[in-house]
Design a protein around this ligand. Structure first.
Ligand SMILES: Cc1ncc(C[n+]2csc(CCOP(=O)(O)OP(=O)(O)O)c2C)c(N)n1
Length: 322
């Protein structure tokens, strides 16, 4: 991996972190009136996977999609405007944080109904393969989506047709307040389940962007050579509450000690230390990056806040009713 690529991975993770922190910091102003599912702590997976993709490849995601949208190159101004409910938002202010889309960069969409994006991604991969296109479809899911029936049907069909689809599971161990232990039998092994469908599988550390990049590169490489779909799972941890800007380690479903153990392994700080040890990154460069990102964020928030709300007339177009 070249120093330039390593720096890009670092920059992209730092950028997502700073954007998510900025949303968290301004959420109390009550101008962003949709729920937000922040990905702070999980940035490395979005960045490591998407760094392997071409612009024409497709990405699909869930309720926790800010990082995926940004890592695929989604427009920041349009994302923030969407969260503010403005007409300049990427879904024209109708969708909010959970319905991001940027077709220009292949971010096909995000759906918050758990598991529902999986068959859509498989359909997308089916469509592109029928058309003879070379692009691949990557779908990000959480561990709870594995419990939905469509997960099984989708993997079966993707495997049968050797579709160009990559399933990336961000296993953060919780579905809202429910840990894996109350949702899945202890002996359940997601990798074995995915493997049973005859697809390529791998598992890795969701805090290690290089490992994520390399493991997804291998899966994508297999796929581009026609070897069929892949399921890759990365262990990770969401730092903030399930939905919203706050920390909720005090309410009892997980412990502060567990959070702090993951916090200590911060994917951004960990990678920054590594690059500094390797002599690739300096304090000055980090400072410059932070300054550049902060200016971009400021400009995007200004755009979002100063954009108009959609007019009443804009309510009716794009509905399926007459
Ligand atoms: C079918 C369905 N059931 C329940 C919900 C409510 N819900 C929203 S997010 C969520 C947790 C999803 O957990 P996971 O898929 O692991 O993603 P994470 O939030 O941990 O990133 C639940 C249960 C939903 N949106 N859809």
């Amino acid at each position: 991996m070249t120093p330039t690529l390593k720096k890009t991975l670092y920059y992209d993770m730092l950028r997502i972190r700073m954007i998510e922190e900025a949303i968290a910091g301004r959420y109390h102003e009550q101008e962003m009136r949709c729920p937000v599912h922040l990905c702070i702590g999980q940035e490395a997976i979005a960045v490591g996977v998407c760094a392997n993709l071409l612009k024409e490849d497709y990405v699909l995601s869930t309720h926790r999609s800010h990082g995926h949208y940004l890592a695929k190159g989604g427009d920041l101004k349009a994302m923030l405007a969407e969260i503010y409910g403005k007409g300049t938002g990427c879904s024209m202010g109708r969708g909010g944080s959970m319905h991001l889309v940027d077709l220009d960069v292949g971010f096909l969409g995000a759906i918050p109904i758990v598991g529902s994006i999986i068959p859509i991604a498989v359909g997308t991969a089916f469509g592109t393969s029928m058309k003879g296109e070379s692009r691949i479809s990557v779908v990000f899911i959480g561990d709870a989506a594995m419990e939905e029936g469509v997960f099984s049907e989708s993997l079966n069909f993707a495997s049968l047709k050797k579709l160009p689809a990559i399933f990336v599971c961000e296993n953060n161990f919780f579905s809202v307040y429910s840990p894996l232990s109350v949702r899945q039998p202890a002996e359940r092994d997601n990798i074995a389940i995915a493997k049973a469908y005859g697809i390529y599988t791998d598992k890795g550390d969701g805090n290690d962007v290089i490992e994520i990049y390399e493991k997804s590169a291998k899966a994508i490489d297999n796929l581009r050579q026609g070897l069929g779909p892949a399921y890759i799972e990365f262990d990770t941890y969401r730092w903030r509450e399930h939905c919203g800007p706050n920390f909720d380690n005090d309410i009892g479903y997980r412990t502060e000690a567990e959070y702090l153990a993951w916090r200590k392994r911060c994917p951004v700080e960990h990678f920054e230390r590594l690059l500094k040890d390797e002599g690739i990154l300096s304090d000055t460069e980090v400072g410059e990056m932070e300054k550049r990102i902060a200016a971009e964020i400021e400009e995007a928030f200004h755009f979002a806040q100063s954009s108009p709300f959609p007019s009443k007339e804009e309510l009716y177009p794009h509905l399926y009713a007459d």
